[in-house]
Design a protein around this ligand. Structure first.
Ligand SMILES: [Zn+2]
Length: 155
């Protein structure tokens, strides 16, 4: 399948998902033009705020390929990723992302991710989410153990 065919699949998933009780978002992960996995938004259906189409597709692709590294794969998502999904795309090491609708289109229908992008640009003390550093010295123990571990799998 070429790029447009793969995106049309992501868009078709987003359209079907509206009738199936999910948000209007779909994603496809492909390798060498073949679909590895798909995902749709199941936030309200599954009571899972992280069940965005892209995260769902990444989880399914990793399970199918038995890996945590999706190098060599590309993601086609019906809408520009939110900060969580964009972060997941980086963590999964996908080679490239394609999106159709953009975040301004999403904002028009009240899916406004821009406040998170705005928050990220602010210092911790100026964000809407209160945050406090607590017990750093005690938590560093796990980092020391990790650093000393000789058989760890880096990622
Ligand atoms: Zn997302």
């Amino acid at each position: 399948m070429n790029e447009e065919e793969l995106m049309r699949k992501a868009i078709a998933l987003s359209i079907e998902n509206v009738a199936n009780g999910g948000g209007p978002f779909g994603a496809v992960i492909a390798k060498d033009g073949h679909i590895i996995a798909t995902g749709v938004n199941r936030v309200t259906a599954n009571h899972d705020p992280t069940a965005h189409a892209e995260v769902s597709a990444i989880r399914a692709a990793c399970e199918k390929l038995d890996t945590f590294d999706l190098s060599g794969c590309e993601i086609y998502t019906s809408c520009e990723p939110c900060p969580m999904c964009l972060g997941a795309i980086y963590w999964a090491r996908l080679d490239k992302m394609y999106f159709a609708n953009n975040k301004d289109d999403a904002k028009q229908i009240d899916f406004d991710d821009s406040f998170i992008y705005d928050e990220l640009a602010l210092p911790l003390s100026e964000r809407k989410l209160p945050a406090e550093i607590l017990l750093r010295d005690e938590a560093l123990k796990a980092f020391q153990l990790w650093q000393e571990k000789t058989d760890k799998i880096g990622y």
